[in-house]
Design a protein around this ligand. Structure first.
Ligand code: HEM
Length: 154
């Protein structure tokens, strides 16, 4: 179960990043071009929220089943002194949960707006901040000590 979840979590990152980037680009175009808020924009907003929440749930389950996290939580002093263990136990988790909250808030605020440009603006601002945080919290292969593969099983 653990390996399956980890692979799904790793793969899902790409779907999430693609849909999030599309949502952000569309929101900025809509905001600066004063375009209407289309059904496509609404779908992008919804899919971003759904994928982020699915990723959150998988991440939370991983947190409780991962041997890495179990070992790390058993000895927090050593964990906090180790860059790689601290990253997954604290930094990755806190930053990703923050990004999920920002996307959820941005989506809810966009939904409440009555003017199309304001809908675009809310998504542009909140989703962009979340995208930056997610990008920083992903264990990209080039990152020393914490780097993981770009694709599951690679
Ligand atoms: C929402 C966006 C998120 C993205 C894009 C993301 C992405 C990733 C990636 C790419 C990995 C490495 C997978 C691998 O080794 O192949 C990973 C590992 C992990 N993630 Fe996330 N994650 C997210 C959210 C979360 C959240 C919210 C939690 C916890 C509440 C979480 C918990 C974990 C844990 C515990 C691991 C390491 C598990 C292990 O190696 O045993 N993730 N994540």
């Amino acid at each position: 179960m653990y390996q399956g979840l980890l692979h799904t979590h790793s793969l899902l990152r790409w779907f999430l990043l693609i849909v999030l980037v599309l949502a952000v680009v569309s929101a900025f175009r809509g905001m600066f071009g004063k375009k209407g808020y289309s059904a496509r924009d609404n779908k992008l907003r919804k899919y971003t929220v759904i994928l982020t929440h699915v990723q959150l749930v998988i991440g939370l389950i991983l947190y409780f089943v991962s041997p890495l996290i179990k070992g790390a939580l058993a000895d927090m002093k050593t964990t906090m002194a180790s860059k790689s263990m601290r990253f997954f136990t604290v930094e990755h988790t806190v930053m990703m949960i923050t990004a999920v909250v920002l996307i959820t808030m941005g989506s809810a605020m966009a939904k409440r707006q009555t003017e199309d440009v304001l809908k675009h603006k809310k998504i542009a601002i909140w989703f962009t901040i979340a995208l930056i945080i997610i990008f920083m919290a992903i264990p990209w292969p080039f990152r020393a000590d914490i780097g993981r593969a770009l694709f599951p099983g690679a």
